[in-house]
Design a protein around this ligand. Structure first.
Ligand code: COA
Length: 332
């Protein structure tokens, strides 16, 4: 889908929340086990530490915690859209369990899998439900336990990925108001699916022929190039559709894959380095949780304030990528 603007009701951000497991995994801890170093990881990725779930903790737990924070004490929603590629089970989806835990009753609830772009895809899906009158308030969550997909012996992926959850509450509102999302720009390129790939565990090869086939393999350099090019291209498309100039953007919240990817993309767009919002040093790449967690952290530390014009852009396995814009609202 190239940039599409809804002519109907807008989806407006009305709440935000994040969730991280308590367990911190430092670069030094990884370097004690694998052939790498704190210095290599910091200079190549910008990551100092990431979080990992405790035994028994999983995607549903992080999604519930982030969702509860976004809903607020008296919040309610009539739909839950969960972006994840690490659902607790292959079947069913995890979103209905999240809705039940949050006491939302029998609301519509389902998962969206667009890997690291999942949150932008889920926002667009929720905005469509609101525009079409199918829902008034949608809880959009991004949650992933990527440490379950990473080969603990693979130094090319272990340092990069961490676990987390993030969420926003969307309500029906007016297209011009603060917090209104859109337009959206969404794309995919399945020809390049194997750049980030998990061979086994799905219907094509349920039981791994080789035990390592249940882990993700990544062509790091090719992914790096694709991520920069696609996020820049999509950002330009969505800005053009919105009628905004690059110079109008106060905060650039890109998928937290690698600080060098974020900086290179911002540079390609001609955006100042201080517009780049990043928490990657503390959380690593949390896949679908990355953008809402970065937003939640930026609100908490005062980097993102009401009135800021924000560009959200993501890239992930699939390949998938996409962007949207909003003016940050007052949140109670
Ligand atoms: N510690 C030390 N050396 C490592 C290493 C590690 N953790 N991981 C890889 N290396 C080695 C490589 O084996 C390679 O060695 P070689 O030259 O002998 O083959 C060397 O470092 C350089 O690897 P290269 O892949 O060229 O480094 P890079 O500058 O591209 O950085 C990544 C590697 C993975 C950090 C980078 O490619 C990247 O961030 N890619 C995108 C990943 C991503 O964002 N994925 C998710 C997308 S949603």
């Amino acid at each position: 889908m190239s940039a599409v603007r809804s002519r109907h009701r807008a989806a407006v951000v009305a709440g935000i929340g994040g969730a991280l497991p308590e367990r911190v995994v430092t670069n030094h801890e990884i370097a004690a086990r694998l052939d790498t170093s704190d210095e290599w990881i910091r200079t190549r990725t910008g990551i100092r530490e990431r979080r990992r779930v405790a035994p028994g903790q999983s995607t549903v737990d992080l999604a519930e915690e982030a969702g509860r924070a976004a809903l607020g004490p008296d919040g309610h929603a009539d739909a839950v859209v969960l972006a994840t590629s690490t659902a607790d089970q292959l079947c069913p989806a995890t979103a209905p369990q999240v809705a039940a835990r949050l006491g939302l009753g029998t609301v519509l609830a389902f998962d969206v899998n667009a890997v690291c772009s999942g949150f932008i895809y889920a926002l667009a899906t929720a905005a469509g439900f609101i525009a079409g009158g199918m829902a008034e308030r949608v809880l959009v969550i991004g949650a992933d336990v990527f440490t379950s997909l990473v080969d603990p012996d693979d130094r090319t992926t272990v340092p990069i990925f961490g676990d987390g959850g993030g969420a926003v509450l969307l309500r029906a509102g007016e297209p011009g108001e603060r917090g209104a999302l859109g337009p959206f720009d969404l794309h995919s390129e399945g020809e390049l699916a194997k750049l980030l790939w998990v061979e086994a565990g799905g219907a094509a090869q349920r039981v791994p022929e080789n035990p390592k086939d249940r882990f993700m393999v990544m062509q790091g350099t090719a992914v790096f190039r694709q991520a920069c090019a696609r996020m820049a291209e999509s950002s330009r498309a969505v800005l053009e559709e919105a009628g905004w100039m690059v110079g109008d953007i106060d905060r650039f919240v890109g998928h937290q894959a690698n600080i060098r990817i974020l900086q290179a993309t911002a540079k390609q767009l001609g955006m100042p380095a201080d517009a780049v919002v990043s928490n990657i040093d503390r959380v690593g790449n949390t896949s679908a949780a990355s953008i809402p967690l970065a937003l939640a952290d930026a609100v908490a530390d005062g980097t993102l304030t009401p009135g800021h014009r924000v560009l959200l852009t993501a890239f992930g396995a699939g390949l998938t990528w996409g962007s949207t814009v909003l003016t940050w609202p007052e949140l109670s």
